[in-house]
Structures are given as C-alpha cells and as structure tokens.
Design a protein around this ligand. Structure first.
Ligand code: GRF
Length: 202
C-alpha cells in the first residue's frame, strides 16, 4: 500500500511537480491523493489537474482566523485519507494547532541550510552575509516558523557573481532532488524522530 500524501501549495508548484514526477515511478512508495491551494490561480493546480490528482481551493480569506482555516484544510486532508502532508511553497503560517495535529506527519521544504536564514528572501540574505555555501532543507514542521527536525539537506556553492535569481535557480534544482527523496524515505518508514533529531534507517 502506497503512503497517501497531501500537498499544500500557494503558487508555481515546481516542488509539487518534482513530487508528481517521482510518484509516477511504479515502485515509488507514495502517491499524492490531494493538492490544496489557498489561491485559486496557483499554477500548481494546473500541474495537479494534468496529473489527474484531486484538488481543492481553500481560500484563507473565507475564514475568520488562522485556526478555523487550518481546521478546514485538516478535515479535507483527513477525508482524502492523507497520511503525510507536504508543504510546497505554501505561503501561509500554520497555527500551532495544525502543527500539533499533524506532528511528525507534516514536512516542509525551505530554501536555505536551516537553521540559517529562516523566513523569506533567503537567497538575498545568504549573499548579503557573504556565505560561501547555501542550500535547501527538508524538515518536520513545528509551531515555530522554519523550526523542526531536519530530514535532508543539500548544499550549493555561492559563486562570486551570483544574484539572488541565479542562486535560487541552483538551490531549486536541489530542492527537486531532496524533497522526493525525503518522501521516499518517510514512506518506507525509515525516518525516525528521536528527541527532536531525525535518524534515518539504512
Ligand atoms: C521553494 O523555493 C520552496 O523552497 C519555498 O517556496 C518555493 C516554492 O516553489 N518553500 P515552488 O512553488 O515549489 O515552485
């Protein structure tokens, strides 16, 4: 039985596409059963449609507060039988309620080598700080922004003539590799969280 994955997006959905492509392999141990976007015009919804994946638009503006919105998403995920939630460019802060409800069943991809450069504009920040190495992180989600046990990271060199755009493009290539890899490992039951650290069984 393949692990049932739900993906939350807000936009372009290139990481969603990487997950869709990985799931297309017959022996991949997970499948995407639902894509939720908080924006009706997210391009990632097109990607899901092309792949024949069920989608839902849940607009945060239709809810009085963050937790009510999160509860609506959670209900939809549960209805679809989702076992693992992947954030893929989902641009809303989640409530502590959602992070606890899906604890250790909720992962995110972030475009920096956490714990460095949390939040937005990570590539600009890495260049401004004179970093020589930058990268991407897949991690479990905790209530605090961009916190949580790290599952996988991949690094790239920061080049002397890098702009935020050129650096972002190289980091994104790594995101598309490590996100499916992390889902693969999780689906095989090889990702264990012990005292807030991840141990991967090989
Ligand atoms: C990625 O850089 C991801 O790391 C960050 O938001 C961006 C989403 O890009 N969380 P996409 O929608 O997956 O193309």
């Amino acid at each position: 039985m393949k692990l049932k994955v739900g993906v939350l997006i807000s936009g372009r959905g290139s990481n969603l596409q990487a997950l869709i492509d990985a799931c297309a392999a017959p022996d991949f141990p997970a499948k995407i059963v639902l894509v939720i976007s908080n924006k009706a015009d997210a391009y990632g919804l097109e990607r899901a449609h092309v792949a024949g994946i069920q989608t839902a638009v849940i607009n945060h503006k239709d809810f009085p507060d963050r937790q009510t919105f999160d509860r609506a998403m959670s209900e939809k995920l549960n209805q679809a039988g989702v076992q693992l939630v992947c954030l893929a460019g989902f641009m809303r802060l989640l409530s502590p309620w959602f992070a606890e409800e899906w604890r250790d069943r909720l992962i995110n991809i972030h475009p920096s080598l956490l714990p460095k450069f949390k939040g937005l504009h990570t590539h600009e920040a890495a260049i401004a700080a004179g970093e020589k190495t930058h990268g991407a992180t897949v991690h479990f989600v905790r209530p605090e922004l961009d916190e949580g046990p790290i599952i996988l990271q991949s690094s790239v060199s920061v080049l002397a003539d890098d702009t935020a755009e050129t650096l972002a493009a190289r980091v994104l290539e790594q995101e598309h590799i490590i996100y499916p890899r992390a889902v693969h490992l999780y689906a095989e039951g090889r990702v264990n969280v012990i005292e807030e650290k991840v141990f991967i069984a090989f």
